[in-house]
Design a protein around this ligand. Structure first.
Ligand SMILES: Nc1nc2c(c(=O)[nH]1)N[C@H]1C(S)=C(S)[C@@H](COP(=O)(O)OP(=O)(O)OC[C@H]3O[C@@H](n4cnc5c(=O)[nH]c(N)nc54)[C@H](O)[C@@H]3O)O[C@H]1N2
Ligand SMILES: Nc1nc2c(c(=O)[nH]1)N[C@H]1C(S)=C(S)[C@@H](COP(=O)(O)OP(=O)(O)OC[C@H]3O[C@@H](n4cnc5c(=O)[nH]c(N)nc54)[C@H](O)[C@@H]3O)O[C@H]1N2
Ligand SMILES: [Mo]
Length: 773
């Protein structure tokens, strides 16, 4: 059998089919990848798994009683129907909602990562289709960096924010020039296995090795020692979670106090330094933000902070903030304080110095990039203006018509009647899943396209089975990727492509021609490639014809720059390369933000106590700080049933790491089944003891499939989002704050409920015409 190329967000691979079932599917890393991710091992056991959705299914209550709010959503059985029945029910319901309530009653925000592949990108097709039938309420920003993308434009302008977020200073520049990399949030290499759309050649390990070999040291500010790989020269600053701003302010204070701040840089390139420095000195509140103030709050000894500030000023220093820090309450502040600290050091715009954001968050940050766009499906324009910041989903569904604040505006939640989700798993990604379940009970109808019976599919009324990337042809390339890959079908499809489903609905709703433009999906691939090729050829690049490319299976992208230095042009000539902030400079104080009058996001970086931190009153009841970070064994909730992910489960549940002292105090041993709980909910998890954690800190990654089937716990499987609060970062950005929660942990005694997350729901029958033929 032939090895055929394919791709995922966590890397490219080849598939060889030798027989039926998982044993007959061999998945190997793509030969291009020098450092492939182990997440590829999840694929063989997942693609044929019993949790696949095999036929269209409609929730029994919806089928019997018709559309309407229903708290039974998520607990009901399903009735399998044929495609024709499903399509006619769905087209009818879309028509009803559109006519009775208008298009803004359709929520198409549908956040999520879906799969790699430029054509079969689920959300692109949903949006294209919904736009063609009159539009939908959309979502803005991401769970990933939804706080940064709102606050950074106030600090460095929209263009500056785009430069920070689209990759910043290139990795090779860091490897060659940076002497001290101060990494708030560490450099967690397992996260850099992933980039949206894929990453053909993983290289972060090589860059770190080059830098380390040259003498670069990393200051790993993290509650987890192993957020920095052992073989990278560095020092662990074991910090109390959520207190990075405290440490950053103290570092700033030392720079100012010891005359190490670069006044010339501040004068020429920033505004508001005086206001910020006055705050550091304690002029407004009587409290200098010095290392003695900081140490008991952030857990890093005052002397270490002083020494580090001096070292930062004496060396070429990159001040790095991982995205995780802004996925918290007041997550605007560590980003802003990080820029302020870099500005005080005066190295912004110098090779290997200045500010960086997200180097350990995604493979494409700092990677070589071409200055051209990638092939993509046009989504058209949305005539509906209603939107929500993406993580306000439960608020919207629970509070139609109510006002909310966002980035200086007061907006209102629309009244959603139909939720249409493709390519995402809100019962993985959203906070306070108990509340989300209530919210999902509110709309008239919930529609989901899924390859798998995820918790989101179970909370839907109409579930349509879709193919995985192994079951369709596509073009694979990520942002900041090195190659365009042919993704070739290797298996017979289960379900249909999202494209086929929307084409059918579009046809039934009178926009079939507009939607398909008369092309089959094979013709679309050629078309997208052809369009893209023409653009590149027009700019003088040599790009093969489609047939040549498809036969080769891979094309190396031309002219990718890996010598970027963030804000080098601005530094060289701040008048010619003004930032598009009101002042044209870096704003350490923003009149705009101050003018919004948000107590939870003042006009300069500041320490604001979050609800969930070990120094606050809530810690008396819930004394462990849970880090709910990205899983090292999968991407989010994807392929949690796969071999690699399952191999890391403990006592059949997701593993939670605890410090041995915290475990001993609770009579917990390695491998025990534990109950993790707070006032929002509880879950089971399997204990792993490790001195790589700061005492008082627990770590339970995201992505274990939500399993509400055990009555005595909210989730029998270990999904941390039953414990996280559904609260925006602040009124400014309203970003996701899922990274942190305060919890208590105890040994679970007695007979534990089984994990049923991967069992398909119960299927029943209803009398009459809707049965499977
Ligand atoms: N507590 C806490 N929560 C968090 C975070 C955190 O740090 N802490 N991080 C957040 C972040 S950064 C993110 S990005 C989110 C991620 O949240 P999501 O992106 O929602 O998570 P995924 O598991 O990737 O969900 C993608 C879904 O799409 C489905 N799918 C795959 N391919 C296709 C396809 O071709 N068609 C269709 N229709 N479906 C498909 C998959 O089966 C899967 O169920 O989670 C967020 N949640
Ligand atoms: N393997 C794998 N890789 C992934 C993903 C995945 O699901 N699996 N998801 C991808 C996605 S969508 C995104 S957005 C990125 C996210 O990238 P990040 O947001 O950078 O990733 P996280 O793993 O959530 O957090 C990184 C580290 O931050 C540390 N941290 C948490 N809170 C604090 C704090 O208060 N202070 C300090 N100093 N450190 C803290 C934690 O120890 C954690 O390990 O990852 C991407 N990469
Ligand atoms: Mo993300």
């Amino acid at each position: 059998m032939d090895r055929v190329p394919n791709s995922t967000h966590w890397g490219a691979f080849t598939a060889t089919v030798t027989g039926p079932g998982p044993a007959g599917l061999r998945v190997e890393p793509h030969p291009l990848d020098p450092d492939p991710s182990p997440l590829l091992d999840n694929i063989p056991g997942a693609v044929h798994h019993r949790s696949r959705v095999r036929r269209p299914a409609v929730r029994r209550g919806w089928l019997e009683r018709g559309p309407g709010a229903d708290p039974a959503r998520g607990g009901d059985e399903f009735v399998e129907v044929d495609w024709d029945t499903a399509a006619s029910l769905l087209a009818g319901e879309l028509g009803r909602v559109r006519e009775r309530h208008g298009n803004s009653a359709i929520y198409g925000g549908s956040y999520g990562w879906a799969s790699a592949g430029r054509f079969h990108h689920a959300q692109s097709h949903l949006r294209r289709f919904l736009n063609q039938i009159g539009g939908y309420t959309r979502s803005v920003n991401t769970y990933s960096n939804g706080t940064s993308v709102v606050v950074l434009p106030h600090i460095v302008g929209t263009g500056g924010a785009a430069q920070v977020m689209s990759g910043g200073t290139s990795w090779p520049v860091i490897a060659r020039h940076t002497e001290l990399l101060v990494a708030f949030g560490g450099l967690r290499v397992s996260n850099a296995w992933v980039a949206p759309g894929g990453h053909a050649r993983h290289s972060i390990g090589a860059h770190l090795a080059e830098g380390g070999g040259r003498g670069m040291r990393v200051a790993n500010f993290s509650p987890l020692r192993d957020d920095l790989p052992d073989d990278v020269p560095g020092d662990w600053y074991s910090i109390v979670p959520g207190t990075d701003v405290v440490a950053m302010l103290a570092l700033c204070w030392v720079l100012v106090d010891e005359g190490l701040a670069d006044r010339a840089f501040l004068d020429r390139y920033t505004v508001g330094a005086e206001r910020f420095i006055a705050y550091l000195r304690g002029e407004p509140d009587g409290q200098p933000k010095d290392p003695d103030w900081a140490a008991p709050r952030c857990g890093v000894p005052a002397e270490r902070l002083r020494e580090l500030a001096r070292a930062m000023a004496a060396r070429r220093t990159l001040m790095h903030v991982s995205w995780s820090l802004q996925r918290t309450e007041h997550g605007e502040q560590p980003v802003w304080a990080g820029v302020a600290l870099a500005a005080l050091l005066g190295q912004i715009g110098r090779p290997g110095g200045g500010f960086g954001h997200g180097y350990s968050s995604m493979a494409d940050v700092g990677s070589a990039q071409g200055r051209y766009s990638l092939p993509s499906v046009r989504q058209g324009t949305n005539p509906v203006t209603d939107f929500i910041p993406v993580a306000r989903i439960s608020d919207m569904l629970l509070n139609p018509g109510e006002p909310f604040d966002y980035n200086g505006r007061r907006l209102r939640y629309p009244d959603i009647k139909l939720v249409y989700w493709v390519g995402g798993n809100p019962f993985h990604h959203h906070q306070d899943l108990t509340r989300l379940r209530r919210a999902f009970g509110r709309p008239d109808t919930v529609v989901v396209h899924e390859p798998y019976w995820t918790a989101t599919a179970r909370h839907a009324d109409i579930v349509l089975p879709v193919t995985t990337t192994l079951e369709r042809d596509d073009l694979g390339v990520g942002r900041g990727d090195s190659h365009l890959l042919a993704m070739k079908r290797a298996l017979e499809p289960t379900g249909r492509d999202d494209y086929e489903i929307f084409a059918e609905l579009a046809e039934r709703m009178g926009v079939g021609k507009e939607y398909t433009e008369g092309r089959t999906s094979g013709e679309w691939l050629r078309h997208l490639y052809g369009e893209w090729r023409e653009r590149l050829v027009g700019r003088g690049y040599d790009v093969p014809e489609f047939d040549r490319f498809w036969a080769d299976g891979v094309f190396e992208l031309p002219d990718r720059r890996d010598d970027r230095v963030l804000f080098a042009e601005f530094r060289a000539d701040p008048a010619a390369h003004r930032l598009d902030t009101p002042s044209g400079r870096i704003e350490l104080f923003s009149e705009t933000v101050a003018g919004f009058g948000y107590p939870d996001c003042p006009g300069h970086p500041a320490w604001l106590e979050p609800h969930d931190w070990l120094g606050g009153p809530r810690a008396a009841e819930y004394p462990l700080h849970l880090i709910a970070n990205q899983p090292a064994t999968r991407l989010h909730s994807q392929l949690d049933m796969g071999g690699h992910s399952q191999g890391a489960k403990v006592a059949g549940r997701e593993s939670i790491r605890l410090h041995p002292d915290d475990a001993a105090a609770r009579g917990i041993s390695d491998g025990d089944l534990v109950r993790v709980h707070n006032d929002l909910g509880s879950c089971l998890a399997g204990a792993v003891l490790s001195t790589d954690l700061r005492p008082g800190v627990a770590q339970l990654p995201t992505g274990a499939w939500f399993d509400p089937s055990g009555e005595e716990v909210t989730c029998a499987h270990g999904n941390p989002n039953v414990l996280t609060a559904d609260r925006g970062s602040s009124r400014l950005a309203q970003g996701c704050t899922g990274q942190h929660a305060l919890v208590e942990v105890e040994r679970f005694e007695g007979e534990p409920p089984p994990v049923r997350a991967f069992e398909p729901p119960a299927f029943g029958e209803v009398a009459g015409a809707h049965r499977v033929r």
